[in-house]
Structure formats: C-alpha cells, structure tokens
Unconditional design. Structure first.
Length: 467
C-alpha cells in the first residue's frame, strides 16, 4: 500500500483519522458514508488581437463528506483538512440521519486497484513555449480571419476516496484543452466559427499537427457558411454525420438512461429495462476506458473503477448508468458513473464518453438512399427536456441531400424531435464511428467533462425547421 501512503501523506491524513471521521459521520445512524479529498489546479491563456493578453492560474483543495440514510443525503465540505474542521463537516453531514443508534466505521481497509487510461503526475507548464505556440497558431488563420481568439487550458486533479465499507481509492491526472474561434467577414456579413480539442494529456497534446488541424477545420467551415442557404422546413429524413452529432445522442438520449431519472420515474425508459427500444443494429455505449479521452476515468468519484457500459445492446435496453445509490436501489453493481464537479458537490449519475458503435452500412450508401433530406454534422444551442427527451438543436453546419447527393450547404436550420423516438427511427448505421474530442461540458446540476461520438446514421424522419 506504498502508493496509498503517498496520497494519505499528500492530504495530511492517516487511516486512524479517516476511521475517526467515519465514526463521526455515522454517529447519528447513517447507513453509509464516504469521504472525498481533492486537490486541483487550473492554468489558462488567452490570445486575442494577435497577442496573448491574459494568463492565470488557480489552486483548489478540500474534502467533502457524505452520509446517506434511505433516500436522504447529508453533505458538507471543508476547504481545510485540519482534523477539527473535517470533524465538523462530518457532524453536519451526519445530521441528515435521525436514528440515534450510532454505527461503527469499517474494521479493515481494502485498496481499490484500477487500470490507467491517462498519465499521472502534474504537468509542467512552460509559459514561454505556450505563448510561442499560440502565436504560431494565430499565424495560421490571420490571412483568412478578420479576428482570432485562442484559449489554452491546463488542469490537474488529484483525489483520495474512503467509505464506510472500508474501500479506499485514489487517482490523479491532467486534462488540456485548446479552443480556436475565428470571425470571418464578407462585405457587411460576419460569421463566427469555433473548434476545439481536449484530452487527458499535458502540454504534449499541443503539437503542430493539432494547430494545423484546428486552423484548417475553422477556415473550411467559415468559407462554407458564406455559401449556405436557408431551406423550406418540414418532416424529412435526416442523416447525422459521424462525430459531433453524438452531442444529440448525449443530450436527448443519454440523459434518459441515467439511473437517477429512472429510479425517480422521470425518464421515459423507467419501466423499459430489458425491452427492445430500437433496431438490433444499434449499440449505445457509455465508456470510461477510452485512452486519453476527456470523459475517461480510472476510478469514479465514489471509488468505482472506470468501465465500459452498454446502455443499449443489439437494440435492447441493457443497463442504466449507475452511481452507488441507484445501484443499491436496483440491486446491481455501480457502472462507475458516480461523478461530481468538485469536493463541494456529492456525486450523481453522469455520463463519460457516450457513443454509438459501428454498423455495417457505409456513409456513401446512406446518403445515396435519401431522395430528399438533410445531412447535419455540427450543432449548438440545444434544448432538451431531460426525462421525456424532447429536443431542439440548432444546426451549425450541414448540407441538403437531393437524389442521393450532397448538393449545397444549409443554414438557420433546427432539428426538432424526441430522443427515444429518434433512436427508434434510426434505420441505418454506418461503419465510420468517430469520437468527437471537443471540449464538451455536461451541465446536469454540476459541470463535468465528457465526450461523445457516433457513426453516420439515418433517421427516417425528423422535423426540420426552416423557412
């Protein structure tokens, strides 16, 4: 347990202190308790008007203590790991339990060992190199764009978890993001385009290839927008492009599989576990094990190892996404989806990397099969009614499909529908799965980094809003 001792020393605690805090947390009759320590750093840089105009860094540190009794949760946190302050937090969390019968803490400690899907260690940030990189990247767009803004962010997180079952887990790792936004002009018309990448890596992520890739993507999309046309709306087939279309899978479908919504009867899928919900061609996955992926986790914030979970398997609703609370309710094991924004929040079921697996069709054959419809591959400003899954998404980029061909780019288009119905209306799935490695954030009560993806799919009919 040498490595575990390193984490205990880092947070200035001992196993004896943790046992004492657990006794306090359970002193009012709580059924379960856990303690979550976290240290995090964030460094950011912003380039605007062809020079780096701002840079900043922040450090956060603290501990959160949770006590559960039945459906009730008590939670308190401290920004200090001094024992008396942690004990006060444990007493506050314990107050949720109204049974005066105290419970004892665990007699033994079990260290949870996990696989690693990203590097450990706090990344070294060399400001001079970052400024030079952002300046070179700015030069790749300056001839085409009237204005450019680049954001670079580096974060690092280290955590230690202990619960009343005697389980102890720890993790650490970096995350870096690069966001490029360009404004293009043509006469009096302006168009803004953004692209980003984010991985669980350090500065090594910032390669010349990545700079070229983002610059080329933004410039090409900017040019396309000036030739885009508005279309007449109506019900029609919609081809969802590989990659970024996965955000619709995340928002309109993925949330309805999160177990807290199903446990509370909010989700349309609450009574459909084990039932067919779509074509047998479809497999929908939430995965915490994709190497270096923004949504991956070695261990979740409840000490459960990262894993790959099939929400839909061969068209059958196979599993919800569980934290410890919902897993206990359903009598199953947690799927490792207990996540929190920081030590100031208690964990809830959250997605990680959500995607649809490959089918056996080709993108070209899918497009050729559509007489009249739209092809869409980038979205923004989505609105989703979590539970029912009703959605409206604004299409940032797409094309008209006429007689099996992509003809002209389209603009000012919304796609409107219901997530579960859209899932059931997928009639073809291509073999070109792409994970979109943009800097996605999920905002369900708390903010958590996630990613998404999908292959090209054909939805037989959606409402497309236009003229």
């Amino acid at each position: 347990m040498r490595r575990l001792k390193d984490y205990l020393d880092f947070f200035s605690v001992t196993t004896e202190m943790l046992s004492g805090l657990m006794e306090t947390a359970l002193s009012k009759g709580g059924e379960y308790a856990d303690i979550f320590f976290e240290y995090s750093t964030l460094t950011s840089y912003m380039l605007k008007d062809h020079k780096v105009q701002s840079a900043g860094s922040a450090v956060d540190y603290g501990v959160g203590i949770r006590v559960i009794k039945g459906e009730q949760t008590g939670y308190a946190y401290s920004e200090s790991t001094e024992y008396d302050k942690m004990k006060n937090a444990a007493l506050v969390a314990a107050a949720i339990a109204d049974n005066p019968v105290a419970r004892k803490g665990p007699a033994n400690i079990t260290e949870i060992l996990t696989e690693r899907y990203y590097p450990e260690g706090e990344p070294v940030i060399e400001s001079d190199k970052i400024v030079e990189y952002l300046t070179r990247m700015d030069g790749k767009t300056s001839a085409e764009a009237s204005n450019t803004m680049i954001m670079a962010r580096f974060s690092y997180d280290k955590s230690l978890f202990f619960n009343s079952l005697g389980e102890m887990a720890y993790d650490e790792g970096p995350m870096s993001s690069l966001v490029l936004t360009c404004v293009f002009s043509k006469g009096r018309r302006y168009e803004s385009v953004s692209a980003s990448r984010s991985f669980r890596k350090g500065y090594e992520m910032f390669t010349e290839q990545l700079a070229e890739e983002l610059a080329s993507e933004v410039i090409e999309r900017g040019k396309t927008l000036f030739s885009a046309k508005r279309i007449k709306g109506g019900q029609m087939p919609v081809v969802m492009g590989a990659g970024g279309s996965g955000i619709l899978l995340h928002e309109a479908i993925g949330h309805t599989f999160e177990a807290d919504f199903n446990r509370k009867g909010i989700s349309i899928f609450s009574e459909k576990l084990g039932q067919k919900v779509c074509s047998e061609k479809i497999n929908v996955v939430d995965d915490g094990t994709v190497p270096f992926n923004r949504g991956s986790i070695n261990v979740d914030d409840e000490g459960v190892p990262g894993q790959k979970t099939y929400m839909v398997k061969d068209g059958i609703l196979n599993s919800y996404l569980h934290d410890r609370i919902s897993a206990r309710h359903y009598g199953v094991k947690s799927t490792g989806n207990g996540r929190r924004e920081s030590f100031r929040y208690y964990p809830i079921p959250r997605m990680r990397a959500t995607y649809m697996e490959n089918g056996d069709a080709s993108k070209e054959d899918i497009i050729r099969s559509v007489k009249k419809g739209v092809y869409v591959d980038s979205f923004s400003n989505g609105q989703v009614q979590i539970g029912a899954g009703d959605f409206t998404f604004y299409v940032k980029s797409g094309f008209m499909i006429e007689n099996g061909r992509l003809t002209y780019p389209i603009k000012d288009v919304n796609v409107i529908g219901n997530g579960p119905e859209a899932l059931a209306s997928i009639v073809e799935v291509a073999d070109d799965l792409k994970i979109d490695n943009s800097s996605w954030i999920c905002g369900k009560e708390q903010q958590c980094p996630v990613s998404c993806g999908m292959p090209t799919v054909l939805i037989s009919s959606l409402s497309v809003g236009g003229e």
